[in-house]
Design a protein around this ligand. Structure first.
Ligand SMILES: C[S@@+](CC[C@H](N)C(=O)[O-])C[C@H]1O[C@@H](n2cnc3c(N)ncnc32)[C@H](O)[C@@H]1O
Length: 193
């Protein structure tokens, strides 16, 4: 597991195999998980790690350009273009087995600030889909592993504009009342539902 220090990290960092091993080792039946769902593909770096690790990988990206690039890079992955708040509920209903949900479509700048150069195709106004995405996976019957990246953002707006004001320890405990456990392993939070 990577260590965080007082220094600002350079996001986004992909999940590594070691991270997945560590997080899944805490799952009571980790061998049974075949499916990985990612929100926020970006350049597909985590998607590529997941593609080599899981049998079925879904990834959702809002930006059509990033979606097309990732599709070319990773043809065996199931790519979805659009808002995770619309696509994730469909997948969450269709996938009828335990899955890993990596909810990472949350790098979103504050309304009113200029679009970041990395996302010239995204107009700018928008809200953080993370809260809605968490509620979507919380509505599943359980047995999943839900991973968030960015523990340092919890409860605040980061310098890079990640708005996690609504994402607090209390919020996670409230929306996952039947969870088995929550693992805080900076920079990740893993919820075992
Ligand atoms: C932090 S990056 C993802 C990094 C990637 N998961 C990785 O590990 O390398 C966030 C991505 O989410 C995308 N995004 C932002 N809002 C979204 C939304 N509502 N639905 C889908 N993707 C979204 C952004 O375009 C960006 O590519």
């Amino acid at each position: 597991m990577r260590l965080t220090s007082g220094l600002v990290r350079l996001p986004p960092m992909p999940i590594t195999r070691t991270d997945l091993d560590r997080i899944l080792a805490e799952h009571p039946d980790d061998d049974a998980i075949r499916v990985f769902v990612e929100t926020g593909t970006f350049h597909g770096d985590t998607t590529a790690v997941a593609d080599a690790y899981f049998d079925i990988v879904h990834t959702i990206e809002l930006s059509p350009v990033l979606y097309q690039d990732a599709q070319r890079r990773l043809p065996t992955v199931l790519h979805h273009q659009g808002d995770s708040q619309e696509i994730l509920p469909v997948l969450a209903q269709e996938i009828d087995e335990p899955a890993v949900f990596f909810l990472d479509a949350n790098w979103w700048h504050r309304p009113g600030t200029p679009a970041r150069p990395a996302f010239p195709n995204i107009a700018g106004e928008g809200c953080n889909p993370l809260e809605a995405d968490l509620r979507t996976v919380a509505s599943r019957k359980g047995g999943d592993v839900v991973i968030l990246y960015g523990t340092e953002n919890m409860g605040c707006v980061s310098e890079r504009g990640r708005d996690w004001r609504g994402i607090t320890h209390q919020f996670l405990e409230e929306i996952f009342p039947r969870r088995r456990s929550i693992l805080y392993c900076s920079p990740f939070v893993a919820i075992y539902t």
